[in-house]
Design a binder for this molecule. Structure first.
Ligand code: NAD
Length: 246
């Protein structure tokens, strides 16, 4: 299969986009390590991968904890070989209007959605450079490109991922590593199910294709960039949003 030789690390794979991405990469033959924030979540990932006939396991990882990241990357290296594909997917929202935004709401979003990518990439990079092969995919958001009232923190983090992606694409291309972002639009997951009905309807009105995306739509885009077919693409942000932003 296309990705038999790859070891893919997908952060935040217990549900939503991360889960779909882990299953898609696994279906192409990659060994997949999907991470969750709890032991129970990690076990559920292991069970889901096994059920789908995918090689790999779930592991516990908190992307805000550098020590935890180092330990997990070490363990992956020992058990499966160092990750050759990294999907920085873990993310949260803490929406508020700027006038009411608390420092903690700003900082936690930057930490979990942007600094996390810096941390995990750094932990994976040495081995990718040594192997002269790697695929890094950062999950941004349409909101990073358009902005969104009430999401200044989230939009700043997601736009930050695009700048990180482009800089690393320039830095690491000569080392055989591609770095790209995927920017989902409005996808049907727990994150968007939290939105009030009125916001969901207003958002749907902005989507030419007239429906929410499914996690599998994002997984397909990530798999394309991670697979040999995407090998000549770097520094790009692939928007997957039903035409919501173009
Ligand atoms: P979700 O809330 O369903 O899943 C988020 C995942 O991140 C979960 O597995 C959660 O455990 C994990 N996570 C949260 N904090 C973590 C931490 N500190 N350490 C490790 N893992 C942590 O969300 P989703 O909709 O599947 O979103 C996945 C990614 O896609 C996020 O980065 C999100 O910002 C982005 N995104 C989603 C949409 C959408 O419409 N759903 C749109 C644009 C971008």
């Amino acid at each position: 299969m296309k990705m038999d030789q790859e070891v893919a690390l997908v952060t935040g794979a217990s549900r939503g986009l991360g889960r779909a991405i882990a299953l898609e990469l696994g279906s192409l033959g990659a060994t997949v390590i999907g991470t969750a924030t709890s032991e129970k979540g990690a076990e559920a990932i292991s069970a889901g991968l096994a059920e789908a006939g995918v090689k790999g396991v779930g592991m516990v990882l908190n992307v805000t904890d550098a020590e935890n990241i180092a330990a997990v990357i070490k363990e992956i290296g020992e058990r499966f070989g160092a990750p050759t594909v990294l999907v920085n997917n873990a993310g949260i929202t803490r929406d508020n209007l700027m006038m009411r935004m608390k420092d903690d709401e700003w900082e936690s979003i930057i930490d979990t959605n942007l600094t996390s990518a810096y941390r995990v990439i750094k932990a994976c990079l040495r081995a990718m450079m040594k192997a002269k092969h790697g695929r890094i995919i950062n999950i941004s958001s349409v909101v990073g490109a358009t902005g969104n009232p009430g999401q200044a923190n989230y939009a700043a983090a997601k736009a930050g991922l695009v700048g990180l992606t482009k800089s690393l694409a320039r830095e690491l291309g000569s080392r055989g590593i591609t770095v790209n972002a995927v920017a989902p639009g409005f996808i049907d997951t727990d994150m968007t199910r939290e939105l009030p009905e009125a916001s969901r309807t207003a958002l749907l009105d902005q989507i030419p294709l007239g429906q929410l995306g499914q996690p599998e739509d994002i997984a397909a885009a990530v798999a394309f960039l991670a697979s040999p077919a995407g090998g000549y693409i770097s520094g790009e942000t692939l928007h997957v949003n039903g035409g919501m932003h173009m």
